[in-house]
Design a binder for this molecule. Structure first.
Ligand code: B12
Ligand code: SF4
Ligand code: SF4
Length: 339
């Protein structure tokens, strides 16, 4: 069997949905990142926390991950599940689909097992520090949409990616030559905070996925657009016509079901009673920059303010007396909006 055939078999056995190959190539990632940082489109706070923004040259050149690398391998998994929302959503928030389960850890583990498998076959292999969207594009798994997401022909944009570099020589996969319909701008128009400032260009400061996870208070402009979101935002994917026929994940990534009162449609009043243990069990897999019950409450206060539910007014009034300035400020906002 060829190395390609063996890796495809291994991927299937592990339950990985996508695998593709490319010869080693440098990308323009570093220039793009530097230009976005200099324009203020990637805020300092996220640069400090994110390796790919600190050393973008490393991420633009796969040979920096492994000297002598011959092939870039990209692995991907869909996280799309058809789960219907509760009939009565009035007291519920919503969590972005990528957080419905611990999809990231699941794929990272499979990527690491694939590295071990290559090594056991006598090849050099390392996890690649390469932008996952670039890796998906180079290896023929996806093309890039105006919403900046990597779009796969079968699973749409609802997939996560990681990559590997190896000295094994593998036949490159055919790349996808595709772009968005010329006139389509649905993602840009539907974005609640108009964060997609140009096709393919995200102003991270305005993206709700960033705002909901950053420290400190929500900026004023984002509070009403946040709607009932408690974490994550899927709008630029939900409206994309390329996702209308997207196939759901063939199999759920991790077996563990999360507490249905907390994920994916958290009961807003429950968010204020959640314990550290429940937080760890249900929210620790989310990329919260500071995972804590405090951040869940902060986000739930904004969702409560946007809910129109008078029942949540007493919670807003209670937190308005909080000694925590951020909670106090959000509670005051929620109270005024609900009164
Ligand atoms: C930081 C980060 C964020 C930040 C900033 C996102 C951003 N766009 O920069 C925040 C917190 C806002 C975020 C949000 C989201 N993220 Co995020 N995020 C990352 C992270 C860690 C780095 C991203 C990065 O390098 N950005 C830098 C800029 C330069 O990259 P970019 O916008 O992707 O730009 C590329 C393309 O636009 C393209 N491009 C640029 N110009 C042009 C022009 C043309 C013509 C074309 C064709 C292409 C093109 O090239 C650029 C890269 O070289 C990666 C994971 C990782 N380890 O690298 C995940 C990642 C990008 N995120 C992911 C996800 C799922 C999301 C969300 C959907 C989560 C959610 N539901 O809320 C949103 C999507 C928002 C959006 N529309 O992009 C997935 C995306 C999977 C996919 N199918 O594309 C990734 C790849 C994680 C993973 N391992 O799979 N994320
Ligand atoms: S994730 Fe939400 S806020 Fe961010 S670009 Fe997409 S639609 Fe806009
Ligand atoms: S909504 Fe339209 S413009 Fe945006 S990514 Fe999808 S096809 Fe492209």
């Amino acid at each position: 069997m060829t190395i390609e055939g063996d890796l495809r078999e291994k991927a299937k056995e592990m339950g990985m949905h996508l695998v593709g190959f490319s010869a080693i190539e440098k990308t323009s990632y570093a220039e793009i990142v530097r230009s976005r940082i200099s324009q203020g489109l990637i805020p300092e706070e996220i640069v400090e926390l994110t390796e790919c923004f600190q050393v973008p040259d490393f991420f633009a050149d796969p040979t920096r991950s492994l000297a002598g690398a011959k092939t870039l391998i990209c692995v991907g998994q869909s996280y799309l599940e058809r789960k219907s929302a509760p009939k009565d959503m009035s007291m519920r928030g919503v969590i972005g689909r990528h957080y419905w389960r611990d999809s990231y850890t699941d794929l990272v583990k499979k990527r690491d097992d694939m590295v071990k498998h290559l090594r056991s076959a006598g090849f050099k292999a390392e996890k690649a520090k390469v932008h996952p969207r670039e890796a998906a594009k180079l290896t023929g798994l996806a093309w890039i949409g105006r919403n900046a997401l990597a779009i796969n022909p079968t699973y749409g944009s609802w997939a996560l990616y990681y990559s590997i570099v190896t000295d094994a020589v593998i036949e490159p996969s055919q790349r996808i030559v595709k772009s968005c319909p010329e006139k389509c701008r649905k993602c840009m128009e539907a974005c609640p905070t108009k964060a997609l400032v140009e096709p393919y260009v995200l102003d991270v400061n305005r993206c709700l996925n960033y705002i909901l996870e950053q420290r400190g208070p929500y900026p004023d402009f984002a509070r009403i657009p946040a709607g009932n979101r408690v974490n994550g935002c899927d709008k630029c994917q939900e409206v994309c016509p390329m996702n209308s026929a997207a196939k759901p994940a063939p199999k759920h990534l991790t077996a563990r079901e999360l507490d249905p009162e907390l994920v994916p449609y958290p009961k807003l009043d429950r968010c204020f009673e959640v314990t550290d243990r429940e937080m760890a069990d249900n929210y620790a897999h989310m990329d919260w920059f500071e995972p804590s019950t405090r951040f869940l409450r902060r986000n739930a206060l904004i969702a409560a303010g946007n809910s129109g539910e008078k029942e949540l007014l007493k919670i807003a009034k209670k937190y308005e007396r909080s000694e925590d300035e951020v909670l106090k400020n959000h509670a005051k906002w929620a109270k005024e909006r609900l009164s």
